[in-house]
Design a protein around this ligand. Structure first.
Ligand SMILES: [Mn+2]
Length: 354
């Protein structure tokens, strides 16, 4: 944590802000290890303040190191009072997540300062994971891998609904050590699998259908996010071909990823495989996103020449969606290494027919 704070302070020194007000709880967890629901943090080159209300004071004193811990139900005026003599001029705030109403409040309380929105300031630090973060995400992925293997035995074509699958995966991952689902699972069978974000419904999974399962868990605050598509009963030649194209796209990216690759190319390499097969128009979303404390976090791809860097954890999730028929998506989580990448989701992805 202290290392993380030092990185934060080095990044702050490179801006023209004297201090930063942090209100986003995920960012506060990242900087302090505190995971309660009420806290405000202020960091300048003069001090580090952690404010929480009386419900959390004891936990904060136990967990949070390197900060002055202040108990208050009204954090912002309290911080303004503490820093009044510090001769600060510009104060940054996590502009990405502060609502207009909160901003008006900030303007009132910090009227003597210039307020500067610091978009993605902490998110940029979060983008590069350290060894312990990677180990945690690796474990979250192992839990998802195991739940996927187990759900294959659970599914009874003609009897099991999409909601049954969702609830099985959720419960199984909790049994394996997860603290919860990392998002609303997409469990989509048959014609519904053509909807890239078809959340689970009460539809029964029938023989002859494809079944797309996009799911993940929280493990020690970090997420996993994986997708597997399986076939039920029998498959057609076209279904096998579509599956093979998506799998080749997914693998092409795993082969190609290395530090220094541009974000545009991260999207382009797998998309090219699908384009070349003639299904470019049916791949209707971006190739992936960063994961970590949030299920969707920077970087995103497709528009930026900025490089992929060692320590990023990224999803690789090409798909083909045939409206009215079915869809296929395969998603892995990758961590970028010095020489390429390590695939964290290791559940089988050769075509499975149940
Ligand atoms: Mn994803």
């Amino acid at each position: 944590m202290e290392k993380r704070l030092e990185k934060f302070e080095a990044a702050l020194a490179a801006t023209d802000c004297d201090g930063v007000l942090v209100t986003n709880l995920t960012n506060i967890y990242y900087l302090t290890g505190f995971s309660g629901t009420e806290a405000t943090v202020f960091i300048s080159d003069k001090r580090r303040i952690f404010v929480t209300d009386p419900r959390y004071t004891l936990i904060a004193k136990d967990v949070v190191e390197g900060f002055d811990i202040v108990e208050s139900r009204d954090a912002l005026p309290e911080i303004a009072k503490i820093i009044a003599e510090d001769e600060l001029t510009k104060i940054g705030f996590d502009g990405e997540v502060v609502s207009y109403n909160v901003f008006k409040t900030l303007e009132g309380i910090f009227a003597d300062y210039e307020l500067v929105p610091m978009t993605n300031f902490i998110e940029n630090l979060r983008m590069i994971k350290d060894e312990s973060e990677i180990a945690t995400i690796r474990r979250a992925c192992q839990i998802s891998d195991q739940a996927f293997l187990d759900v294959l035995d659970f599914i009874k074509p003609g009897q099991t609904s999409e909601l049954d699958v969702m609830n099985f995966l959720d419960a199984r991952m909790r049994q394996l050590g997860a603290t919860g689902a990392s998002f609303d699972f997409i469990i989509a069978s048959g014609y519904r699998s053509a909807m890239p974000h078809g959340v689970a419904s009460d539809k029964i999974i029938q023989p002859g259908e494809t079944l797309t399962m996009d799911f993940g868990c929280y493990y020690n605050h970090y997420v996993s996010d994986m997708t597997r598509t399986v076939h039920i009963g029998q498959t057609t030649d076209e279904e096998r071909e579509i599956y093979d194209i998506v799998l080749r796209a997914n693998k092409a990216l795993i082969e190609a990823v290395k530090p220094g690759m541009s974000r545009i190319d991260f999207d382009r390499v797998p998309r090219q495989v699908i384009n070349n097969a003639g299904y470019g128009a049916a791949f209707t979303h971006g190739i992936g996103h960063g994961i970590g404390l949030d299920i969707h976090e920077i970087p995103y791809f497709g528009h930026s020449e900025e490089p992929i860097e060692v320590g990023m954890v990224l999803t690789d999730e090409p798909g083909i969606y045939l409206d009215g028929k079915y869809g296929v998506r395969i998603e892995d989580d990758l961590v970028v290494t010095e020489t390429g990448c390590e695939v964290l989701t290791l559940a089988p992805k050769e075509l499975i027919v149940l």
